[in-house]
Design a protein around this ligand. Sequence first.
Ligand code: THU
Length: 160
Amino acid sequence: MKRIKVESFLEVYPSLGELPEAISSLMEAAIEARDKAYAPYSKFNVGAAILLDNGEVISGSNQENAAYPSGLCAERTAIYYAGAKYPNAQMLAMAITAAAKDKPTITPIPPCGSCRQAIAEYEIKQKKAISLYFMGKSGEVMKSDSLENLLPFLFTSEYL
Ligand code: THU
C-alpha cells in the first residue's frame, strides 16, 4: 500500500475590485446573468459568464423546473451554449457568482460536481485550461487556474 497526496493551489482575491479588469468585467456579466436566474424553488440564484478567445462573452443562469432534476445549473447552461454557438472557440475563463435570496452569500460558491465534470470536458476538448473565478454575492473571489484543481482523478474519454 502507498499513500498519494492530492494538493491544489487556488488564489483568493479580497474582493471583486481586486480582479484584473477583463475578469472583473466578466464577473459583472455573471452578476447580470445571476440576476436573471429562474430559481423559484431554491431561491438560490447563480450566474456564470465565459470569455472566449474570439472576444465573445457567453453567460447563463440556473434554470429550475417543477420536476426538480430537470433544472440546470448556471455553469452548464453557459458552457453548453458556448459549445453550441462557437464550437471552435477556446474558452479562456469562466466567472461564477451565486446569491441566496433569503440570506447573505458572502463566501465563494464553487461549481457543483456535475458542472466540474462538464467544464473538464471542454478543457480536454480544447487542450487548454480554463481559469475559473467564483464568488458569492460579495466578498472574496477564488481563482483556480484550471478545473483540474477542483476535480482530481477526472473521469475522461481516455477510459472509454
Ligand atoms: N446551482 C448552480 O447553478 N450551480 C452550481 O454549481 C450549484 C447549484 C443551482 C442549481 C439550483 O437551481 C440551485 O443552484 C440550488 O441548488
